[in-house]
Write a protein that binds this ligand. Sequence first.
Ligand code: NIG
Length: 400
Amino acid sequence: MSVLITNIGELTTQDTDAAVLRGAAVVLEGERVSWIGPAAAAPAADEAYDAGGRAGLPGWVDSHTHLVFAGDRTTEFEARMAGQEYAAGGIAVTVRATRAAGDYDLMRLLLARVAEAAAGGTTYLETKTGYGLDVAHEARSARLAAGAVDEVTYLGAHLVPEGWDADAYTDLVAGPMLDAVLPHVRWADVFCETGAFTRDQSRHVLEACAAAGLGLRVHGNQLGPGDGVALAVEFGAASVDHVNHLSEGDVEALAGTWTGFAGDGTPGTVATCLPACDLSTRQPFPPARRLLDAGVQVALASNCNPGTSYTSSMGFCVATAVLQMGLTVHEAVRAATYGGALALRRHTGDDADGRRAVGSLAVGHRADLQLLDAPSATHLAYRPGMPLVHAVWKAGRRVR
Ligand code: NIG
């Protein structure tokens, strides 16, 4: 089954740094892109869809979310807006609600959030465990997530749960809990921050997870300067996320991981920025402009979670990155597509597991595409907050 999407006003492929085609068409064949070029030269297909001059771009790759949860933290949000600082303690509230939810209810909540993200143009989605925080509940979160999203990350090291000694809990995370989640996850993450896990505890978790064959990610430098970035670089993590409080040394260390990378070869550590979270926690935005200028690959992600960022709108993140963080529209869209794919190591196809590249549009890549009710991607920032997503294809299947 093939679909010709024709009459695309402006097509941003992200295949190369600046690729924008005007008057373009794309053919989706099964789950892959089989042709891209000028509309006038497009081959025939089983079905045709007239984009009516709308802008086209890859579906969003949201590389950082926490969608497996129950409960609500409106009261905490209200207190924060009245001046209380965010200090991560609210995670325990969500842990209690999540443990109390049955499997069916938790899956229903998760699937509703996945559907909401897809309606907003997200076609590739990562999510984390981290609201179970005991062996059985972390394993359950991982299992449910594996049935609902594209990539699952183990975040047993999200917070030391009530009643635990921090080192004893870290041993559990690096031992029996890791064994229990392993069949369901591809990634491991650790919240390396004052009030969460120290550098040594984070190192212990990262070492065990790497030895178990998981790819690594780190929550780092969110609430203040810290060791997260340095650890992520030391361990060759695919991404360090939040990155609000960076020293010049942190920026240089991240930049060093990208030396010589030109789209192929081994990628370095992506700096994943989470602007919706920064607004909700009133943290300074990360120095994304500085990171890009230093040669660091940047991703934008929603960080959808009940505490610090209860939105999965990648369009909102793109608009905020442009309006508040000094990125151009093209850079922000790239960070929310190709950048996310780099952070999940899905920017190229993988013959070993038969996966196709996501986050950019080229022949052979996964057919993940969105059309905007706008003539150009610039409208994402020019008309912030407007529901601009017109149509979405995920792996060649129309999902909106
Ligand atoms: O990415 N930083 C740690 N984890 C989440 C917050 C989770 C919560 O407060 O429930 C974050 O912001």
